[in-house]
Design a protein around this ligand. Structure first.
Ligand SMILES: *[C@@H]1O[C@H](CO)[C@@H](O)[C@H](O)[C@H]1NC(C)=O
Ligand SMILES: *[C@@H]1O[C@H](CO)[C@@H](O)[C@H](O)[C@H]1NC(C)=O
Ligand SMILES: *[C@@H]1O[C@H](CO)[C@@H](O)[C@H](O)[C@H]1NC(C)=O
Length: 488
């Protein structure tokens, strides 16, 4: 065989190795009324080639499930803990001791990063966390070093891409936001000195959501958009342009080589006219193919680690940013597949296995109830106060329902959220009944959910809720009870 042919064959071989997924990374959020059992989630990640995960807090059940899983973990510190950690070294040391050292050494959780806060400099926070984030980062870093973990575990701060900007729109003009410029330079220098990465969340969907004139094709990876020309470089998607704006900002401020992690990126499937499975598939397929290609951007030839947002839907997230906020999952809340993805290496998505559901029954509007019944709007509104009705709005998956379908949707989601509890379908002034016929539409685009049976999931083990946890739980239960009484 001549050398050239050998070379070609070797290249094809190397190329195909490169094509096989080296591993994907995702975010695992827990703000759901019916959480999927943690060991099922871990299995789901492994089945789909996710070998890195980011958690928003050191949830004990999630951490235990990740023990000896082979999945690398970035564990987060919620923003409400930044204050105490910033003002006390010993609070930081206790956090590291309990939430890093313990899981790493005693449980075999492969913790690689601590994420200090979550997008603390978002403009919508009105500087609430601006002064405390850096001191909290410094205290956690010092605590990691004191615990002997300075080498193995790195502290970072996940920031929204709104910490940098380009006034001209060209990536090469990128710099940090003027109001936090000095702070950003200090943080980046600190990360650099400690060999830690900068973590940035980038959301092309939000670019489109915020600006109706945003060129939609530019949000995706498949080209087709008029390029943004920046000197000799043409950008055809917002991810590259946005990421290189950050790289320019780093270069301009003297840190050309500080490593970067993309902490969140993704596309929601419901709750907005641009949030649907088709567009989410287009975006995430482009993203995964890009990750598998390993190809970086014009300013950074190697692609950073990219954590997809998110693994699962979360039906109790705040919808202040928009109704789409509860629908970022690649999977539904129960690990069911929303749309198919080619993961590379001939692999497709695999749904969660072993999920146990409540009975196959729904709460719907009674056939003899009238849509003009004056009590209907209030009943629906009550149901939607306690359950997630974000699929009902304009442009959403159940946005085409008639008034009867609407009411049924609301009654059902309430009934399921209340675990089909006795009496929970009877709350609606005799406007509702239980049925065993699935009201979901035939093509499955509008789902009348059945929730996971969380009762059957409770593993037989000692309760480990702390006193503080119990008080909060009891308090929330009391508040809910009070609300229900006031409504009833
Ligand atoms: C560990 O993290 C959990 C989850 O965020 C938190 O509730 C707990 O207070 C932390 N432990 C310490 C000692 O800070
Ligand atoms: C992956 O999914 C696509 C689209 O649903 C399907 O056409 C294809 O046969 C699947 N491939 C495998 C390997 O399951
Ligand atoms: C159904 O409910 C949604 C959300 O509450 C509302 O926007 C829509 O107008 C309703 N449709 C009908 C036909 O009542």
């Amino acid at each position: 065989m001549d050398h050239f042919l050998q070379f070609v064959i070797a290249s094809i071989f190397l190329f195909s190795i490169n094509e096989v997924v080296d591993g994907l990374a995702c975010n695992w959020g827990l703000q759901a009324s019916h959480r999927l059992q943690p060991d099922i989630v871990v299995k789901l990640m492994k089945d789909n080639g996710f070998n890195k995960v980011k958690l928003f807090e050191a949830d004990p059940d999630a951490m235990e499930a990740l023990a000896k899983s082979g999945i690398q973990v970035m564990v987060g510190i919620p923003n409400d803990m930044l204050g105490p950690i910033a003002s006390s070294v010993s609070v930081a040391e206790r956090w590291v001791d309990k939430n890093v050292s313990y899981y790493l050494s005693n449980r075999g959780v492969d913790i690689k990063y601590v994420a200090v806060g979550n997008e603390p400099f978002l403009k919508t926070y009105n500087n609430k966390f601006t002064q405390i984030t850096f001191p909290a980062l410094q205290n956690i870093q010092a605590a990691l070093i004191k615990a002997g973990l300075g080498r193995d575990v790195k502290a970072t701060v996940p920031l929204n891409a709104d910490v940098y900007q380009s006034d001209s729109g060209k990536p090469s003009d990128g710099n940090f936001r003027p109001d936090i410029h000095t702070l950003m330079v200090s943080i980046v220098k600190f990360l650099h000195d400690n060999g830690a990465p900068l973590t940035i969340n980038i959301y092309p969907f939000l670019s489109l959501y915020a600006d109706p004139h945003f060129p939609a094709d530019f949000a995706f990876f498949d080209g087709g958009a008029a390029p943004v020309v920046d000197g000799s470089i043409s950008y055809t998607n917002v991810f590259e342009a946005n990421y290189d704006t950050l790289i320019s900002a780093l270069e301009k401020n003297g840190f050309p080589s500080v490593p970067v992690i993309i902490g969140e990126i993704g596309w929601p499937t419901d709750g907005n006219i641009n949030a649907n499975p088709q567009l989410a598939r287009r975006f995430n397929q482009g993203l995964i193919s890009r990750i598998n290609s390993g190809r970086g951007t014009p300013r950074r030839p190697t692609l950073p680690d990219i954590y997809m947002f998110s693994l699962l839907d979360e039906d109790t997230k705040s919808i202040d940013p928009g109704n789409f906020e509860r629908h970022w999952g690649v999977f539904y809340f129960d690990g069911a597949i929303k749309y198919q993805l080619d993961l590379g290496g001939g692999r497709n998505l695999t749904a969660a296995k072993g999920v146990r559901y409540l009975a196959r029954q729904w709460c719907v509007m009674a056939p003899d109830a009238n849509v003009a019944d004056p009590r209907l709007p209030q009943s629906m509104s009550n149901a939607c106060t306690y359950a997630d009705c974000t699929s009902l709005g304009y442009g959403s998956s159940c946005g085409q329902l008639d008034a009867r379908g609407n009411a049924s949707y609301a009654f059902n989601v309430y009934y399921q959220t209340m675990n089909q509890q006795k009496g929970s379908c009877e709350r609606f002034d005799k406007l509702s009944v239980i049925t065993r016929i699935d009201p979901s539409n035939r093509d499955g685009s509008c789902r009348y959910e059945i929730m996971i049976d969380t009762g059957k999931h409770e593993p037989a083990k000692k309760p480990r809720t702390s006193a503080a946890g119990k008080i909060t739980t009891a308090f929330s239960a009391a508040v809910l009870l009070l609300k229900l009484l006031l409504w009833g």
